[in-house]
Write a protein that binds this ligand. Structure first.
Ligand SMILES: CC(C)(COP(=O)(O)OP(=O)(O)OC[C@H]1O[C@@H](n2cnc3c(N)ncnc32)[C@H](O)[C@@H]1OP(=O)(O)O)[C@@H](O)C(=O)NCCC(=O)NCCS
Length: 119
């Protein structure tokens, strides 16, 4: 299921793979102060990527990421950012994001790495 939500300062794309128990979200900010503050490097943010433990290592997250990027492009995005930190996520995830084309751009004040991909 792909749902496009229209909020005041952003559109959000929610991708739910019910069969394989995975989800991901994308936030596409609308022009304005919110965008200016949080989106210096990219047109949207991909976040909340999750696959339930029993369903992992079967390519579900890869499909979710491809869907998220495709839907972001449909809304006009030419780049995406995401965050990674070693408390919330394993090291292989960072290596995988790099294989998907994301590059480390900055380290946030909360010590998370900010990665960006140009489509
Ligand atoms: C990260 C996560 C979403 C991956 O889900 P998944 O469906 O198992 O991922 P996939 O099967 O699509 O695999 C994605 C890639 O990671 C690799 N991978 C998956 N699990 C791995 C593991 N335990 N060790 C090493 N590599 C692994 C796969 O080989 C694949 O690489 P490739 O596409 O280059 O071949 C899942 O582990 C998860 O939900 N983790 C907790 C939440 C989280 O960390 N989210 C990311 C927040 S930054």
């Amino acid at each position: 299921m792909i749902q496009i939500q229209d909020w005041e300062s952003s559109q959000k794309i929610v991708v739910v793979d019910e069969i394989n128990h995975g989800t991901v979200q994308v936030e596409v900010p609308k022009p304005g102060p919110y965008k200016d503050e949080y989106y210096q490097y990219a047109d949207c943010a991909i976040y909340n990527l999750w696959v339930d433990e029993k369903y992992r290592k079967q390519g579900t997250a890869r499909l979710l990421m491809e869907t998220a990027e495709r839907e972001a492009k449909k809304l006009g995005c030419k780049s995406a950012q995401l965050e990674w930190d070693d408390k919330g996520s394993k090291l292989f995830v960072l290596a995988w994001y790099k294989r998907l084309g994301y590059r480390v751009m900055a380290r946030n004040e909360n010590n998370r790495l900010l990665l960006v991909k140009e489509f």
